[in-house]
Design a protein around this ligand. Structure first.
Ligand code: CP3
Length: 340
């Protein structure tokens, strides 16, 4: 066990002497040391260099004093081994070279062996684990969010091609979701085997669906993933824009439910059960405001989380470009000092 186990204890629903905090995109945003490394190397190059990736993973632990380190990798990385080429373009995000168009393309996707195909991620986890004073979080993209990039070719806020395949080619959709589900289970299991103390499944874009489509087209697969990786390392389910069907998100079966700022933590807890460990939920935009605003907004969240424990403080989504390091430090200190 790492020296600081606040995060893991909160994931198990325990009451902790201080509320743990870590932040989505805590490594790859706002840190001048990271920007310096990025001037010379691409994101994928950093991810494929376990020594360097481990260094970047641990930067926010030293600089910010957060209670967990998220492995420096990207949800897109396994696509290459599946035969889907991509690029991570600055300020755009992932761009797929040849998007998936039909069931024929889905059939051609290769199944991967995470141990050998994703060995650089496993090495990063292993190296970081040895050096870290805090728990290390492994990660993967959830099938819907991965499928949306593979089908659209890049982020498209209307998800037109994705929805079109979902409704017009149910067999193609089912096969794609099945293949991604299988890959994700193997990938996360291997990260846990390599030493990940917890894993987070990112379904960043699933909030574009309504409750009944979520239930029909997505939930069966995420359920399968959480059932398939259940064990000693806690699991976190991250989504955004899903507060209207939070009960369904909870039913996917993760240990911790991550919620965004579109719902109060008190209301979220009353809907998913007071004892369900919860992560969240500051609006990342608040970090662009004054220190006074950051303080009052975080105190409100801490109050809404209540006194029963099982709360991991986080943002509802990743740190935004342009966020000042000093404000992020202020947030971490505020959460620690006010809950001690
Ligand atoms: O703290 C960290 O940064 C941890 C490492 C991490 C990255 N991506 C590296 C990265 C994690 C956990 C991710 C997850 C990820 N990647 C998600 C899920 C979380 C979310 O934000 O919704 C998604 C959807 C992706 C795909 C992706 N990669 C996008 C949309 C972008 C560009 C958008 C942006 O924020 O700039 C990327 C590029 C990327 N991956 C960056 C980082 C640090 C951007 C900065 C850089 O290029 O160095």
């Amino acid at each position: 066990m790492p020296k600081n186990d606040l995060f893991i204890r909160a994931c198990r629903g325990e009451k902790t002497p201080m509320t743990p905090i870590w932040l989505m995109r805590q490594a790859g945003r706002c840190l001048p040391d990271y920007r310096k490394i990025r001037q010379k190397k691409s994101l994928v190059t950093i991810c494929k260099d376990p020594e360097l990736a481990s260094e970047v993973t641990l930067l926010p632990v030293d600089m910010l004093g957060v209670d967990a380190a998220i492995c420096f990798s990207d949800i897109m990385l396994p696509l290459e081994a599946m035969g889907v080429g991509f690029e991570l373009k600055d300020s755009i995000g992932p761009v797929i070279r040849k998007a998936i168009k039909n069931i024929g393309d889905v059939k051609r996707l290769k199944s991967i062996d995470p141990k050998s195909d994703m060995d650089f991620v496993m090495d990063t986890v292993r190296i970081t684990k040895k050096r870290s004073s805090v728990p290390i979080i492994g990660l993967a993209g959830a099938p819907f969010t991965m499928a949306s990039y593979m089908i659209e070719g890049s982020y498209n806020k209307n998800f037109t091609k994705t929805k079109s395949m979902m409704y017009n080619d149910p067999k193609g959709w089912e096969l794609l979701m099945k293949k991604l589900t299988e890959m994700t289970i193997a990938y996360l299991k291997e990260q846990i085997r390599s030493g990940a103390d917890a894993v987070q499944l990112f379904d960043s874009w699933v909030g574009c669906l309504g409750p009944s489509d979520y239930q029909d087209f997505v939930l069966p697969y995420t359920k399968k993933i959480f059932a398939g990786i259940k064990g000693s390392s806690p699991t976190i389910h991250f989504t955004t824009g899903t507060s209207s069907f939070l009960e369904l998100v909870k039913s996917a079966g993760s240990d911790v439910v991550s919620v965004d700022w579109r719902i109060g933590l008190d209301e979220a807890r009353s809907r998913i059960g007071q004892t369900t460990p919860i992560q969240g939920n500051l609006d990342p935009g608040i970090l662009l405001g004054t220190k006074a605003t950051i303080r009052s907004s975080s105190l409100k969240i801490i109050e809404q989380a209540g006194a029963r424990g099982g709360h991991i403080f986080n943002l509802g989504h990743g740190i935004l470009p342009g966020t000042e390091l000093e404000k992020v430090k202020w947030l971490v200190d505020t959460v620690h000092q006010s809950t001690r």
